[in-house]
Design a protein around this ligand. Sequence first.
Ligand code: 5AD
Ligand code: SF4
Length: 448
Amino acid sequence: MPIKCVSPDYVMKLYIETFGCQMNVLDSQLVEGSLARDGYTKVSTPDEADLILYNTCSVRDRAEEKVRSRLGRIRGLKESRPDLVIGILGCMAQRESGKLLSAWPHVDLVCGTRELHRVPELVREIQESRRPAKATDIRADFVFDTMPRPGVDGPLAYVSVMRGCDNVCSFCVVPRTRGRENSKPLQAVVDELKGLIDQGVKEVMLLGQNINSYGKGLPGEPDLADLLAALDPIPGLERIRFVTSNPWDMTEKLFRAMEELPTVCEYLHFPFQSGSDRILESMRRDYTANDYLRLVDRARALVPTIELATDIIVGYPGEDDEDFEATVRMVREVEFLQAYIFKYSVRPGTTAVRLGDPVPIPTKKSRNRILLEIQDEITLRKRKEKVGQTEQVLVEGPSKKVPEIFSGRTRQNHLAVFPPDGTVPGDLVDVLVADCTPRVLRGEVCSR
Ligand code: 5AD
Ligand code: SF4
């Protein structure tokens, strides 16, 4: 029995904050949905909550630092309200496990990435026993389909199709925090998608840490292209995107599926991390800069309208000026639509730990700035090429900054803003692009 239930009318309140990637956003939605079954409603500040959850990310130290700072800030809340339950979920919970409970005595719950379906049960246990609980088993047989969503919010939805990563990139903590690869059966994805479409979803983003190895270990070994082909004909589904793709599992079959299946958007998030072969080898990325460029050529030959996005790490141990120049060359040569650039952060338990962190912070910062500037120029140029053209946009609703203006995305993932002109979220419209900024295309709806 939740101890706060003194009055039958009392509504238990949940504050949940999410750090990190789209998978975490989805996981938080699933946790929220399963807690709603126990009567929890979401609130927007920790002060009002009976249950505070942080769904954490470990990919860089900065993400963990933010959580540590939140935990410090809410210590006082727990002192004044001992019945408050505080939980850490996700990657940091997985990585640090029991250590979090000793380091932060006001934390009650530590729940890793593969036991999130147990959160409601564990919270009840804590409320009854007043003792902390920890669930950080990283078994491969994560039960994907037992957690309900809180209901869809607009025309876009995330669907996880595989979890975990069997790769061994030297810098990356994800294989430790998310465990071994595990794919959701194809029919389960189809059913989940149909359910979302019934609720008004038009575009799905399929999620997986290493999505193009989808299907390994499933009966019949379907691959990502097979999955896309099974989803494409579902009535009411307008668009499919998928992240994150790694160079080593990209196949011609997948590129062909992107070109041939009408719902699959011509946009690929396709990290190369470094343009230097020496660094790629040390990162254990199993491809060279030339291999990557060849894949980019194949992608563009088979999917002529494709836009690419990438992740890049600067300041990896041993990265000298020449290595960095090779990364700059790659950025200039490929001309990505977007590049997410990260300063290297040592992660405990990864193989790169033994290399230390020799690149000075100012060097990392300046390399980061240089790449950002180059990428901004390229992005702006690509946006300018769209001016005067008509682009298909899926209307998402009021833009974050100016609510009287609507926003949406083109198939190639340009953000576009436009006056609503009678459109509603979920409409597919044509927008005539009038001008652009480095961040968005601006235009008007010209047909629907
Ligand atoms: N330091 C900096 N960036 C990292 N990434 C992963 N691990 C690290 C790290 N230790 C970046 C990679 C990856 C993205 C999700 O985060 O670029 O693709
Ligand atoms: Fe990390 Fe490499 Fe797996 Fe990506 S592919 S999650 S960078 S280990």
